[in-house]
Design a protein around this ligand. Sequence first.
Ligand SMILES: CC(C)(COP(=O)(O)OP(=O)(O)OC[C@H]1O[C@@H](n2cnc3c(N)ncnc32)[C@H](O)[C@@H]1OP(=O)(O)O)[C@@H](O)C(=O)NCCC(=O)NCCS
Length: 226
Amino acid sequence: MAATEKSQPTLRTARLELVPLGPEHREHTMKLDMDPTVMKHVAFGRPFTEDEAIQVHTWLMSCATMVPGFGTWAGFADGEFVGWWILGPVPKKDSPEEYLTDRTEYGFRVSPKFWGQGYAKEGGREMIRHAFADLGLAEVIGETMTVNTASRAVMASCGLKHVETFFNTYPTPPPGIEEGEVRYSISREEWYATQEVSVSRDLKQQSWSPGTALYNFYGYLRKMLW
Ligand SMILES: CC(C)(COP(=O)(O)OP(=O)(O)OC[C@H]1O[C@@H](n2cnc3c(N)ncnc32)[C@H](O)[C@@H]1OP(=O)(O)O)[C@@H](O)C(=O)NCCC(=O)NCCS
């Protein structure tokens, strides 16, 4: 099915239920946006004001209307808000008010209570799976400040590679921006190749059965299609 026919579904991982971000999640996103620890290497390098946090929440929800299938998801573990994950639009270079439909920029913000427990990676990997396997996109990119070690580690853990360091000027530059910003990327072909590696590693550890043989054959077939 083409990306234009897609709407934003609820997604699930081992521990997370990822639901489309709605008005009922505003206090959760605002709490993150107004936390100085969370915002140290994001945007202005300071917590957003209440007004800014409201605007960001509205923008995060609006992503679902910019490119079909894209959007922001609120992640819950055992009913508790953990953070949010996004497949956001990438503006066209020659026409920035329009968006590419085959590429997305993914991102994430996790509540400090849950840091260091693998949640950003778990939700991030599901975003990437959704982008390639369900939406059929060509590329997922991620950008962050060079000094945002945690964000860079999450992107690397999700299989993205560093492709570029760039320098922008901002009216209110955040501390650390003098080291620039980094762009990470993974293509659909690269992602499917990593899936093949993990499938064949799993298969080597299993004894033969009709189910695993079929799975192996399906993996081979999928590889031939890309
Ligand atoms: C960045 C952030 C989402 C990481 O969330 P998290 O749930 O703690 O990350 P995970 O536990 O999934 O860690 C994933 C990987 O990153 C590594 N990592 C996480 N925090 C790290 C840190 N501070 N320094 C170095 N590595 C770190 C983990 O060791 C793990 O590596 P591994 O998969 O090789 O074992 C979280 O710190 C956050 O919300 N920060 C503020 C907002 C932000 O910067 N968002 C990104 C903006 S672009």
